[in-house]
Design a protein around this ligand. Structure first.
Ligand SMILES: Cc1cc2nc3c(=O)[nH]c(=O)nc-3n(C[C@H](O)[C@H](O)[C@H](O)COP(=O)(O)OP(=O)(O)OC[C@H]3O[C@@H](n4cnc5c(N)ncnc54)[C@H](O)[C@@H]3O)c2cc1C
Length: 454
């Protein structure tokens, strides 16, 4: 029997070979598409479905690409010729919500925003807040180690997962982690699975660490600066002053101008960069005043709003970055991260790369945690060589400043050729060996993350 026949015999009509669906599974939101179309998509609904797919894949040495909602920006969920797409998007159950233990036990396919809607009536929330929260799955968030706007104060996915149920390539089910606040039994395989991008196993369940909804008000401080370097220095000064905003977002002149054009707002003066900062909780007003003072002392033209709705309107400018870039052309959204004090130097590097490659690189940053998203705009579907050359310089600059290739989007297929540059050969080889312990045949997401390099 062929692989598809075996899948159909075992799993019936959850095996999908519709050409339109197969075409969709070739790409995520990175714009990159895998060569060729995959064999089939299996829309798993139970852990047993996932285990059966893995057993068939192991018996037939067929690669598996796990897929959540396909909103990834690194090509990690893209499936090509000869591969099975194992979708966990239909595994959406929430098994437990425990306000006393501040945890929830969920399946991987539930969307981040849907989960938070269910948690809110209990006075709870799951803090990781990727800008894609209404369209990305919790399983995908865990597999990519996602971040978002609130991370500097409330943490990333890595800070918000207690345990993971992981199906291995051969179909065995591991229950990693614990339900208790503390737990140091054995090696921390939960952490290893977070950010593993479908290379170690299939996440079929998660025990999430929750927070109580934040009480008190929200204040929003906006400040404009004559240039991005001043804005970056001001944000670093806020951090250095020991103030902990919930959100601290930076937009450079090119991104601010693009969003203003998209939203039909008055064009900002040439070169103007902006910080949008939100404080929350019982100390929100005092913290906003303290933030405003630091920004004013660092050349910012500052405005403070105590109105929650106006705050949302101000943040909508930042949240419109993706559509503003899409309106300019095809976008390669990059994702480097540097120590917060190195942000001004990183913007200097971006300016240098813009000059050397004759490019405009609109950049926004989660300034509270030093995570920058430089955007490369081009025509056509594939980044041209000079864009990759500029991106190459960008990655090298971030690493040289003590930073990293990716703060939240992952390595996937797009950054695998730079992975060894950051890890070094020895660590690259050890990490690759670790994947082989979980997946000896190398059938889980082959060619992603640890693709062979020269
Ligand atoms: C408009 C927009 C804004 C975004 N903003 C942010 C942001 O602020 N922060 C951020 O971090 N990201 C952001 N992203 C990127 C993306 O949404 C995240 O990476 C998200 O976590 C991916 O979730 P997904 O369900 O779409 O996963 P997919 O794209 O389907 O998969 C991503 C990776 O996870 C693996 N995977 C998925 N599900 C499982 C599973 N059950 N078991 C094992 N592996 C699995 C896949 O194999 C792949 O390697 C944004 C994307 C868009 C389009």
């Amino acid at each position: 029997m062929t692989v598809i026949e075996q899948l159909r015999t075992a799993l019936g009509d959850i095996v999908d070979t519709d050409p339109v669906a197969l075409e969709t599974a070739r790409s995520d939101r990175s714009g990159h598409a895998a060569p060729g179309a995959p064999l089939a998509i299996v829309h798993a609904q139970t852990v047993e479905h996932v285990q059966q797919v893995c057993r068939i894949a192991t018996a037939t040495h067929t690669p598996i690409v796990v897929r959540g909602a396909g909103t990834g920006l690194a090509g990690g969920a893209n499936a090509g010729a000869g591969e099975i797409v194992l979708s966990t998007a239909r595994m959406t159950a929430v098994h437990e919500i425990r306000a006393d233990d501040l945890l929830a036990v969920v399946e991987p396919g539930i969307l981040n925003a849907d989960l938070n809607e269910l948690l809110a009536p209990h006075g709870l929330w799951w803090a990781p807040d990727p800008a894609s929260r209404s369209i990305s799955t919790v399983g995908g968030n865990i597999a990519t180690g996602a971040g978002g706007l609130l991370c500097a104060k409330y943490g990333v996915v890595r800070d918000a997962v207690l345990g993971i149920d992981l199906v291995l390539a051969d179909g065995r089910l591991l229950r990693l982690g614990h339900r208790s606040v503390k737990g140091v039994t054995g090696l921390d395989l939960t952490s290893l699975a977070i950010g593993s991008e479908g290379t170690l196993g299939v996440i079929v369940g998660a025990t999430l660490k929750l927070r109580r909804l934040v009480e008190g008000t929200t204040c929003t401080v906006t400040a404009t600066f004559s240039g991005v370097r001043a804005a970056a220095a001001a944000s670093a000064a806020v951090t250095a002053a020991g103030i902990q905003p919930a959100i601290m977002e930076l937009m450079d002149a090119a991104s601010l101008a693009a969003v203003a054009a998209l939203l039909d707002l008055p064009a900002p003066p040439t070169g103007t960069a902006q910080l949008t900062i939100q404080t929350d909780g019982p100390a929100a007003v005092a913290e906003a005043d303290a933030v405003a003072a630091v920004l004013a002392a660092n050349e910012g033209a500052v405005q403070v709003s105590h109105d929650r709705e106006e705050g949302e309107r101000l943040l909508a400018i930042r949240r419109s970055m993706h559509p503003a870039m899409a309106a300019l052309g095809t976008t390669l959204i990059e994702d480097v991260s540097v120590p917060r004090s190195a942000m001004p130097a990183m913007f200097d590097e971006i300016a240098r790369i813009e000059r050397e490659y004759a490019l405009t690189i609109p950049t926004v940053a989660h300034a509270g945690d030093g995570n920058l998203h430089p955007n490369f705009i081009f025509e056509g579907s594939v980044p041209p060589p000079h864009v990759w050359a500029a991106a190459d310089e960008l990655f090298r600059s971030a690493i040289a400043l003590g930073g990293t290739l990716t703060g939240e989007h992952g390595i996937g297929v797009l950054k695998s050729r730079w992975l060894a540059d950051e890890l070094g050969e020895d660590q690259w080889a050890i990490q690759r060996e670790i994947t082989r312990v979980f997946d000896p045949l190398g059938i889980l997401n082959p060619g992603k993350v640890f693709a062979d390099h020269a």
